[in-house]
Unconditional design. Sequence first.
Length: 283
Amino acid sequence: MVCSCWGFLYSNYFRFWLKWLLRLLTGKCELQRLCEGGSAAGARRTLSVLRNAVHVEEGEVEKCVTDVMKEKKIEQKDTGFKTNLHISLLQISGYKKLYLNVENLRKVPYDSDNEEHEEQLIELWNLLMPHENLKARITKQWCDIGFQGDDPKTDFRGMGLLGLVNLVYFSKYYTDEARQILSRSNHPKLGYSYAIVGINLTEMAYSLLKNGALKSHLYNLVSGLPQMEHFHQFYCYLVYEFDKFWFEEEPESIMHFNQYREKFHEKIKGLLLDYDVILTLQK
């Protein structure tokens, strides 16, 4: 009851007078204080800046910065404020654009008649199994890298082309790690389906991006517009860390996958609650 009353009084009365007093003492508005040192660069500052400007698009950022400075009566010569506000707005608009790009890729179904799709699938095989030739396009060999059946295209239904692009990216840029994890996934007791789990982790990365949980990580990682590559890098982190997590937990069988997957998900969500978080692959 006391906390509720204090919250009401602070929001409706005290906060206004506190802001007025700080502006009188410092000669700067709240936005200036945030951008000039009230909050450290990265998520803490960006998540505090411009609650009323979160819908700005990338092409409108410069105009928005000018309008805010005019509205708040901030002199144009205050270059530090202008630069920091510009970065924060780029991060906000960039996050939305990144989500749309990821979502559009997820919506593309795998098409076995599409030459580019087929090339990426074959590239995945060659990266993971360089010393073994694929005998046919539809073959039991796909199970060797963790697909469920003779034709991998059926396993991409949930995440579309995004699932394949993630798998290829990890295998291409972290080839040694990908092959090592594939080898570990064939453990006689603790083994799991490498490709299927990889697609499952694509869904995890996608959902964290969609619900905004990746904001702190990306705002701290990128001083500007987050790109698709940064999403792929986060996916690589998940794959590497999940493999370690799985073997540390030592599940009784793969039948308990959903239970441990959710436990891992909760662990990642907890890490992302830290405003200063940056989750990158530590080899």
